[in-house]
Design a protein. Structure first.
Length: 499
């Protein structure tokens, strides 16, 4: 179900049509517009402010005598000197109903996508290119909020945020932190959602959103189902796609699953690739992606991490919820753990939980686990670790509290992709509980070590780092290869200069 942000949540609906930037924002009512299609430039003389709302756009699904609304793509038959007298918006997020002089209401239909407007016709949106930034999960939101702010700092483009809410509550935490309100919220999350059911809702919902928003470019991030669905929905409408965090490859389509294929599919569609590292650029080159379309920018997660760390330093209260935990485990070495990967569901998750219980047998350590809400994760973790005195099982943390936890930790165990980038930036060794990783830079730099989901190996490598100061120092002092905190600035500059 699509939830269009209503007028009360953003701005009053203008009363005159000349003031309307986007008719799709109307929640009801009637507006009057005249559009004479045979005028020289598609905009009637003396009606420029009204004419801007309707461009002389032929609909690609129809013959040349049918024309499409610049905003909604609703299509109606027009002949020379036909006039559109009324456009009625019967409810939220509709295609409008046209009332056309000399034509019956049965002679209208919605067709999408429209082809580009004629060169001589300039609509309101042609003047300021519109960028749609699309994401749906907490990790995407963390990595994209610095970019949203960087894009919105430019007066040369209009930036719209479309969220799918593939992760509802976890996503909202980050939006609140970043001070970002979504322009369109698809709210697709359902309990125990299947991948194919979710994907179908995403493609349809994002397609409808693009039809209403008509962006000049779509920006997506990383490797989620939202990313692939947005790329395909944009491709179906011939809207160019920019891929942030492009070029990460594990070489195994089931590790991570389904993210590896999501990312590869997006890479085929995108025409601009924002690669975080030289290795990710090389991976794209190996797939015959034109070198001139690839830009090494660093990873925006480092932007988010460093800005949040500065926030915590200036306002400790924003992460003070961990104060009792810090006091409780004072004098112990803290191990932060995150686990949620789909390929680890079942036996892999049970192995991880048993390994953590073995590690918790040591009295000098404490284990802190923010538990992912996925029902394939929580039962395994709670069944084995609940009740252990030196294990804290927490609800998912907002980002400031999570960044503080990383800062408190001596060691990080994770199967997350983003944490492999965040922890090294804070000088924390990372044991990656996966068989392979699409982020080999950390392993090569010595900041991360793959340990898989073998119970004995997880325990052995954890104890080695805790007991061997030389091994610990080698990982904690290794170079962080993922960026300098200015990736969003670089990406925004490239996007703006592309118009």
């Amino acid at each position: 179900m699509i939830r269009k942000i209503n007028a009360a949540e953003r701005e009053p609906v203008p009363k005159s049509f000349a003031e309307i930037v986007d008719p799709c924002l109307l929640q009801g009512g009637v507006v009057i517009v005249v559009h004479i299609v045979d005028s020289e430039d598609g905009i009637p003389p003396g009606k420029q402010s009204l004419g801007k709302a309707m461009a002389n756009k032929a609909c690609c699904a129809c013959d040349e005598n049918r024309h499409a609304c610049s905003f909604c793509n609703a299509c109606v038959a027009l002949t020379e000197k036909s006039e559109i007298r009324e456009i009625s918006f019967p409810g939220p997020f509709p295609h409008p109903n046209f009332v056309v002089a000399g034509h019956s209401i049965d002679d209208q239909r919605a067709c999408r996508p429209p082809i580009a407007a004629r060169d001589s016709v300039k609509t309101a949106r042609d003047a300021t290119p519109r960028i749609a930034v699309v994401f749906g999960t907490r990790p995407e939101a963390i990595k994209m909020f610095p970019l949203v702010h960087a894009l919105r700092a430019s007066s040369q483009i209009e930036t719209r945020v479309i969220v799918t809410a593939q992760h509802r509550g976890l996503l909202d935490q980050v939006l609140d932190l970043a001070g970002i309100s979504a322009d369109v919220d698809l709210d697709v999350m359902q309990a125990n959602q299947s991948l194919d059911g979710l994907f179908a809702r995403l493609v349809k919902g994002l397609g409808d959103a693009f039809d209403c928003e008509t962006p000049a470019r779509v920006l997506v991030h990383g490797d989620t189902l939202t990313t692939m669905a947005a790329s395909l929905a944009a491709y179906f409408r011939k809207i160019p796609v920019g891929h942030v965090e492009a070029g990460l490859r594990s070489g195994d389509i089931y590790q991570p699953w389904p993210e590896e294929v999501n990312r590869r599919t997006t890479g085929v569609i995108a025409d601009i690739h924002f690669a975080p590292t030289e290795a990710s650029r090389n991976a794209l080159i190996a797939e015959n992606v034109p070198a001139e379309t690839i830009h090494i920018t660093g990873n925006t997660v480092i932007d988010a991490l460093l800005s949040t760390a500065r926030l915590i330093e200036s306002r400790p209260s924003c992460a003070s919820g961990l104060d009792p935990l810090a006091e409780r485990y004072r004098g112990r070495r803290i191990i932060a753990v995150t686990t949620h990967r789909r390929e680890n569901f079942g036996d892999g998750m049970a192995n991880i939980a048993h390994a953590l219980a073995d590690i918790a047998a040591r009295p000098d350590i404490a284990i802190v686990v923010p538990i992912h809400p996925n029902p394939n994760v929580r039962p395994h973790i709670e069944a084995i670790l609940a009740g252990l005195d030196n294990v804290a099982l927490l609800a998912p943390l907002d980002y400031p509290h999570f960044v503080r936890l990383l800062g408190m930790a001596d060691l990080v165990l994770t199967d997350s992709g983003g944490v492999q980038e965040e922890a090294p930036a804070l000088g924390k060794p990372v044991l990656v509980m996966r068989e392979t990783t699409e982020r080999p830079e950390g392993v090569s730099a010595g900041t991360a070590l793959l340990v898989g989901v073998d119970r004995n190996r997880i325990v052995r490598e954890t104890f080695r780092l805790l007991d061997d100061p030389i091994a610990y120092a080698a990982m904690s002092r290794a170079h962080n290869p993922y960026g300098d905190g200015r990736a969003a600035e670089r990406i925004a500059k490239i996007v703006v200069s592309s118009f």
